[in-house]
Design a protein around this ligand. Structure first.
Ligand code: SF4
Length: 272
């Protein structure tokens, strides 16, 4: 409905004011705080015991799930625990172990190249800085940030497919390019939050705010989300869409941290 102006003509009702930058930043920080309450146990969903294992697991996670990587790496690290061991491995033996992760020939090559570079250029140690990490074959910024944030305690934002989708749904950014997303989100949050923010957002994307059917009706931050209604709003139907510990199912890690409230993932073969 328009309003009647003094001259008798109808004037269009103004659309709601676009959110100011300040209001968006406040809302973004509130989402982060509320996600911290929902997922106090948020963590990287790859199993690892040292920087090398995390680096390898992250490289293997391309084009597959963290669960499948976690089911594959125990056999790999039991046989080849160090970069030197992997570098000296028979490619065919590696391929056989990596087969369940898909693209196993390419991944075998990547793993061999990476391990040779670690052995020859870094004394068999994973370097703890961005410049050296991205100099390793097959290691991009996303992988480097995962390793820095979780194995070295260096703050980093991990823009994977979940992170990008959610921050665009929340109107924190309109960027599609991961590096631009990373730069814009870095402006909203203090560095100290970057790593945990990444885990919380990715947890939320995997459990509730799915790509095709977000479970809006069961979403604890729906009141802060401009995209509420993009998915199922009926609470009962939405509840059925929840995944992992939220849906009473096993998680992705075979060895989750002790505070994880869900069940550990089953080993390879047990999950079908
Ligand atoms: S309300 Fe819906 S779109 Fe918004 S965060 Fe929750 S699940 Fe995602």
């Amino acid at each position: 409905m328009g309003e009647q102006s003094p001259g008798g003509t109808r004037k269009a009702v103004k659309p709601p004011k676009p959110e100011s930058r300040l209001a968006m930043v406040r809302r973004a920080r509130r989402i982060n705080r509320e996600l911290a309450d929902v997922y106090p146990y948020a963590h990287p969903e790859l199993d690892f015991r040292n920087p090398f294992e995390l680096l390898v697991a992250t490289v293997l996670s391309a084009q597959t799930t963290d669960l499948r990587v976690n089911q594959t790496t125990p056999a790999l690290f039991a046989k080849y625990p160090t970069p030197e061991d992997v570098a000296a491995a028979e490619p065919e033996a590696l391929e056989e172990i990596l087969r369940p992760t898909g693209f196993f020939r390419a991944k075998t090559k990547a793993l061999l190249g990476l391990s040779v570079a670690l052995r020859d250029n870094f004394g068999g140690e994973v370097p703890g800085n961005l410049k050296d990490l991205v100099s390793l074959p097959g290691v991009g910024r996303k992988t480097a940030f995962v390793v820095l944030g979780n194995a070295f305690g260096v703050p980093g934002i991990t823009v994977d497919t979940h992170f990008g989708r959610l921050v665009r749904r929340w109107k924190w950014t309109e960027q599609e390019d991961p590096e631009k997303v990373e730069a814009e989100i870095a402006e909203i949050f203090p560095k100290s939050e970057w790593t945990m923010l990444s885990h919380r957002v990715i947890f939320h994307g995997r459990r509730i705010c799915h790509s095709r059917k977000p479970a809006c009706g069961a979403c604890p931050i729906a009141h802060l989300c401009p995209s509420y209604g993009e998915g199922e709003t009926d609470p009962e139907k939405a509840k059925k869409l929840l995944k992992y510990e939220m849906g009473g199912q096993p998680g992705q890690r075979l060895s989750p941290p002790p505070d994880y409230p869900g069940k550990p993932a089953p080993p390879l073969g047990a999950s079908g």
